[in-house]
Design a protein around this ligand. Structure first.
Ligand SMILES: *Cc1c(COP(=O)(O)O)cnc(C)c1O
Length: 403
């Protein structure tokens, strides 16, 4: 008798979700570019159109390549269903707009992704939706706000750019008490390092543009959860139209095959870079949940399988020092992106928090000249040498008499 055991997540990343859409004996998922699908049998067409039978009708609704992408993420997150979007922001906005109505209340944290924060501070108030944003990591404050009642509790952990952690299990339990939908942005952790649904969340979403795709060459978003919830979000998206393009879906799907390898290496590199930066005299602060003195190290240790590929640091000399250090790096993109195979550096003031003023950033605990690092998959030794040289140049420039 053969033994049936559920395979591990690395195996799932390679194989899951693809079989159903393979054709002609191909080993790889086809990019189906057709906008519409042909039916000779009018009754069959009708049955598919009304959802009585599986199939595809029109590209804004469903597409086989897109379906394979959704199925793979769904399986990695251990969800019942998934639906995808043109971008991560579309996943977030469509999920919120599916469930929120005028007069509703939503509770979240101050450090969500910049675009998400704009929805909370600009668009939702316009629709007469009350938004309560709590200090990130202040679990008692979040609990109090949730207990006042809310339709959605929206979390992101780890956060951008100081990688603060929220205890998902504890917050999901309070959310459940008041009947709130608990939504978690899992972009930074990826399903390799964290599974919010297992910790009690109702919906988990991703900017697939980042770690899932991993190669900074395709935009996309995805949300996973119970079928009943995901169907509602799918309906909102199919009508409002933020559909994932099949070419992008293919690139994301291809990237995801190496998700486990990449994220493990990125996590190892982030830990190594954090430990190196802590020892540098020109470095003021280092933020990484894998450091034992990180404010939320214990929670991260409890709910994450790995501490992830994201970290940040600030320099003694503030932004002026950053302007000297970053251009010296050879093995780094200086870009707004994250989660790619290349190590990427970016100041918070130009990347995650470009929408905020210096005062607002200071109020959020983001030091002037904070630099976010998205660790790539390079060899750690080379990344450290690169920083070593850049720090040497910075020291020289600071020692040089100013004219
Ligand atoms: C980038 C990002 C988003 C938005 O994703 P897009 O694909 O750029 O729309 C949302 N959440 C987090 C945490 C992100 O890093």
């Amino acid at each position: 008798m053969t033994k049936e055991r559920e395979v591990n997540i690395g195996t799932k990343a390679v194989w899951a979700g693809e079989k159903e859409v393979l054709v002609h004996g191909a080993t790889q998922v086809p990019v189906v570019v057709s906008v519409a699908y042909n039916y000779d049998d009018m009754d069959e067409w009708y049955d598919v159109a009304v959802g009585k039978k599986q199939g595809h009708i029109y590209g804004r609704n469903t597409n086989p390549t897109v379906q394979a992408f959704e199925d793979k993420v769904k399986i990695l997150e251990g969800a019942e269903a998934a639906t995808s979007f043109s971008t991560g922001m579309a996943a977030i906005s469509n999920t919120l707009y599916t469930f929120l109505r005028p007069g509703d209340r939503i509770v979240s944290i101050k450090d969500t992704y910049g675009g998400t924060n704009k929805i909370f501070t600009e668009f939702l108030p316009n629709m007469n939706i009350e938004v309560a944003l709590c200090a990130t990591g202040d679990h008692d404050a979040i609990e109090l706000e949730v207990q006042k009642g809310c339709k959605i509790l929206y979390l992101e952990t780890p956060t951008n750019p100081t990688v603060k952690i929220t205890d998902i299990r504890r917050m999901a339990a309070v959310g459940k008490e008041v009947g709130a939908l608990v939504v978690v942005d899992n972009t930074f952790a990826t399903p390799i390092n964290q599974n919010p649904l297992e910790l009690g969340a109702d919906l988990v979403l991703h900017s697939a543009t980042k770690f899932l795709g991993g190669h900074a060459d395709a935009l996309g978003g995805v949300v996973c959860g119970a079928k009943e919830l995901v169907e509602k979000i799918y309906h909102y998206r199919e009508i409002n139209g933020a559909t994932l393009d099949p070419w992008a879906a293919y690139l994301l799907l291809r990237g995801m095959k190496t998700l486990k390898l990449r994220v493990e290496q990125q996590t190892k590199n982030a830990q190594g870079l954090a430990e190196y930066l802590v020892k540098q005299e020109l470095v003021d602060q280092v933020f990484y949940p894998g450091l034992e003195d990180h404010i939320h190290h214990d929670i991260a240790k409890e709910q994450m399988k790995g501490y992830g590929g994201m970290l940040s640091f600030s320099l003694e000399g503030g932004m002026e020092a950053v302007k000297v250090l970053l251009p010296k790096l050879k093995y780094a993109n200086r870009a707004a992106n994250l989660g790619a195979v290349e190590t990427t550096y970016g100041p918070a003031r130009t990347t995650s928090h470009v929408e905020c003023s210096a005062e607002e950033r200071a109020a959020m605990g983001i030091p002037d000249g904070l630099v976010r690092i998205s660790a790539g998959i390079e060899d750690l030794e080379d990344l450290i040498d690169d920083l070593e040289n850049a720090f040497a140049s910075l020291k020289e420039s600071q020692a040089a008499p100013s004219l």
